[in-house]
Design a protein. Structure first.
Lengths: 209, 251
């Protein structure tokens, strides 16, 4: 158990060094599907955070009872329970948003991000670490969704969170809020993140040598 | 027997006498799922294997076949469960409710259980299919068996189940088993088309001078974006096909 990261490391890792979207390429389907605007992106990030943190807590509490061959089934059933709660909650209090997100709320169940965190962290470490990991990863995921949604909403409709940011004369790039825009934006942002990372590591090598 | 009952139900629910209209609606569902609203390029489901298993055309095609296989089985099971147990006013819970003496005015609706039920059905059916194929169809297992466990967490399967569930909520326009299976197979075929095309393009990309920071997922996503734009060209094909079928039936 010595080589397992501590709670603080887990928390910090989730935000940038192991960012779920830019570094690990996890949870791509909500990342692409709900980032047409800031509001759905933030709602999705919140829903995912709720499910991830609570599933981490539950799995961490019962980690002594897990049988290896049944663990994936236990993970998915736990996650499905919390997703049902989120889905009913959204349908009751944010009906419009629930309509807009449509099938992507139930699809949180098969979001690889959650299963991988539960498998890597919560099923091996204590509750405190699992919560820190869940919060860190959720923040990282929210950050990634918000960055993509910012680009797509500003270029696609000239607004940000529904507020006008580019002048009235902006010819909205319709393609950005349609499916192809999602792929293009994420591809270019990934390239940008990669380029920045490479440049920084080169500079570190040069400074060290 | 279930199939016959389902087809009869479709006929009753919509007041369709001849099978021609059913056939045309099936064709439309198929074209829409496979091309116009392609699962990968329009709904973004199944992105993980789309990016992960698209390095070689033959493995990509094997993955596509495995998805078609599993999506058909999972949709069959989830349609059956939804139709008889989970949808509002489904026959089995209504019968149980009457037997235990519940009041007849209450609406019996178990749809809150559907997500848990679907994921359970998918996970267990994939498990059984894998064991069965390994035992009895060794060549088939060798060609796509390795992908089967991966498919449990493939969103495309759950997405097909959710779409079928959406069409079983409204009691006046229920989908029969035929429509559900057509949607599932169409979605699977669409996935296979997308992932095979992607693998072909990536094989060509290996010979190109791609900027270093875009190598791997970056360029794959940009290519997918261009493919999505190309697939947008299919918009409206369904209306054309519908007109053609109507003309054919009318003439």
């Amino acid at each position: 158990m010595q080589d397992q990261p501590t709670a603080l490391e887990r928390f910090i890792n989730g935000i940038l060094p192991e960012n779920p979207v830019y570094r690990q390429l996890l949870g791509m389907c909500p990342t692409l599907a709900v980032t047409g605007g800031m509001k759905p992106a933030i709602t999705m990030a919140g829903a995912t955070a709720f499910v991830l943190i609570l599933a981490n807590i539950i799995i961490s509490l019962i980690r002594g009872l897990l049988k290896p061959h049944l663990r994936i089934l236990v993970f998915t059933l736990t996650i499905a329970t919390f997703v049902t709660i989120v889905d009913r909650f959204l349908a009751a209090y944010l009906y419009e948003m629930s309509k807009e997100l449509g099938p992507y709320v139930p699809l949180i169940i098969v979001n690889c991000l959650i299963i991988s965190r539960v498998e890597i962290c919560a099923s091996k470490q204590s509750v405190g670490v699992a919560v820190a990991d869940g919060v860190g990863m959720s923040l990282g995921f929210a950050l990634a969704l918000a960055s993509i949604a910012t680009v797509r909403e500003i270029l696609g409709s000239g607004t940000w969170f529904g507020l006008q940011v580019l002048g009235e004369g902006w010819p909205a790039w319709g393609i950005m809020v349609l499916p192809p825009g999602a792929f293009l934006t994420l591809g270019l942002l990934l390239g940008g993140a990669e380029w920045y990372g490479q440049r920084r590591s080169r500079r570190l090598v040069r400074a060290g040598g | 027997m279930v199939r016959a009952a389902a087809l009869a139900q479709v006929g009753k629910g919509r007041g369709i006498g001849d099978g021609m209209e059913l056939l045309s609606s099936l064709i439309l569902i198929f074209i829409s799922a496979a091309l116009i609203n392609n699962f990968v390029l329009h709904y973004f489901v199944g992105i993980c294997p789309f990016l992960g298993v698209s390095r070689r055309v033959d493995t990509a095609f094997g993955m596509g076949l495995a998805v078609i296989f599993v999506i058909t089985i999972a949709s069959f099971l989830s349609w059956t469960f939804t139709y008889f147990i989970l949808r509002p006013e489904a026959p089995i819970p209504v019968w149980v409710w009457r037997v235990v003496g519940g009041s007849p005015e209450t609406t019996v609706d178990l749809s809150v259980l559907s997500y848990i039920m679907y994921i359970f059905v998918i996970a267990s059916s994939v498990q059984f299919v894998e064991m069965y194929v390994r035992k009895f169809f060794q060549p088939l297992y060798d060609s796509f068996g390795v992908f089967l466990p991966l498919i449990t967490t493939n969103c495309a399967i759950l997405f097909a189940c959710l779409e079928i569930m959406k069409h079983l909520q409204d009691p006046t326009r229920l989908w029969g088993l035929g429509e559900a299976l057509t949607l599932a197979i169409g979605g699977g075929v669409g996935f296979t088309i997308a992932i095979s095309l992607m693998a072909g393009i990536r094989a060509e990309l290996d010979l190109c001078d791609v900027p270093r920071s875009l190598k791997g997922a970056g360029i794959a996503l940009i290519v997918a974006g261009i493919m999505a734009m190309a697939f947008m060209g299919f918009t409206g094909v369904d209306r054309g096909v519908e007109r053609a079928i109507t003309a054919l039936v009318g003439g």
